[in-house]
Design a protein around this ligand. Structure first.
Ligand code: ZN
Ligand code: ZN
Length: 348
């Protein structure tokens, strides 16, 4: 498999070579893509459609208000208030509003994805997931993946994995515990084959992210990969990289700043790390890991449930400040789009 496939293939037309990147979102695209009306630079279909979609979003919101507010006023003025007639009339407004919003959003999705087939949405969705870390995009991606025919799947399999694996590794902590289940089913691939691709084709990326850009639970994932393909090479490489001089020789302050998450992983899976070192005869590395762990200060254990809640809140606030948590709006938007794309396919 080519590791650079995602740089060479258009994200929308998998048989076309990518000649340029979308000047707005950076997706690799081909010559057949649209040019921006603003500056004539090439942009992808989604970016081309998105100004129209956002304009339309405004119309939906205004339209909903223009219809429901006067209706509410009419009910208030003309429907008699005895026998709860008024209340019933107001209650009837709720389905009307929901209907308007759903219908509007359906049209909105059609505008945003105009001219794109299901398989053409797959790679951009993975990119959005990778870039935003918003797990909703991963869910929408899975739903689209599920609907691909064997032929469509075969057509995009290589670029798909080239996009997907880094996206998964960068956002590993955002995935559910059983994230593989659906993915394996829809990719029509077995667990061992997928694990082999991770280990054989993406070893360097995997270790790099796990050590130098650590994500929660990637240690667990690396042990799992080693187990499932019955090969310790990836685990040895991982431990040697952690125990390397580059990390050992860091000053305390920098270690804490850049490798806090890695140290937390060591702390959480301490016993597993040590037993693996013993089993694989990595005594020098085991000592290095122990020395690193001595330099780690685990977060204080909460004394009461009140403290625990406060600590959790502080963590979320801190993550929000660092932009690690997507805003509520993003989630709601992705939720809506998910529901819409679901409905559209049911119709077609
Ligand atoms: Zn774009
Ligand atoms: Zn293209």
């Amino acid at each position: 498999m080519s590791k650079t496939a995602n740089e060479e293939i258009c994200a929308f037309h998998y048989h076309n070579k990518s000649t340029v990147k979308c000047s707005l979102c950076g997706l690799p695209i081909c010559d057949s893509e649209e040019a921006s009306p603003a500056d004539g630079k090439k942009i992808c279909s989604l970016c081309f459609n998105s100004p129209k979609a956002s304009k339309f979003r405004k119309y939906i919101q205004i339209g909903t208000i223009v219809i429901t507010l006067p209706s509410a006023l009419l009910i208030f003025l003309f429907v008699p208030s005895e026998n709860s007639y008024q209340l019933f009339a107001f209650l009837l407004l709720i389905p009307l509003m929901i209907g308007l919003l759903i219908g509007g959003n359906r049209l909105l999705t059609k505008i945003a994805y105009k001219g794109l087939e299901k398989h053409q949405m797959i790679l951009p969705l993975i990119r959005y997931f990778e870039a935003s870390g918003n797990a909703q995009f991963y869910k929408i991606f899975l739903k689209n993946l599920k609907k691909l025919s064997d032929e469509e799947l075969e057509k995009i399999r290589l670029p798909l994995l080239d996009y997907l694996i880094p996206a998964l590794l960068f956002n590993y902590s955002k995935l559910d515990d059983n994230w593989q289940e659906d993915l394996l089913k829809y990719l029509k691939i077995d667990e061992v084959t997928l694990a082999k691709i991770f280990v054989d084709d993406y070893k360097t990326l995997l270790i790099n992210i796990a050590v130098h850009d650590a994500k929660a639970d990637l240690s667990k994932f690396i042990y799992y990969l080693g187990d499932i393909i019955e090969n310790d090479e990836i685990i040895i490489k991982y431990i040697k990289e952690i125990a390397s001089d580059d990390i050992k020789n860091l000053k305390d302050e920098q270690l804490k700043q850049d490798y806090d998450m890695l140290l937390e992983e060591l702390f959480l899976y301490e016993e597993q790390f040590y037993s693996v070192c013993d089993r694989l005869n990595l005594q020098k590395e085991k000592e290095a890991l122990a020395a690193l762990l001595k330099r780690y200060e685990p977060p204080p254990v909460p004394k009461s449930s009140m403290d625990a809640i406060k600590q959790q809140r502080d963590q979320v606030l801190q993550m929000q400040r660092q932009g690690l948590v997507s805003s509520k709006e993003d989630f709601e938007l992705a939720d809506k789009e998910e529901a819409e794309s679901e409905k559209m396919t049911e119709e077609s």
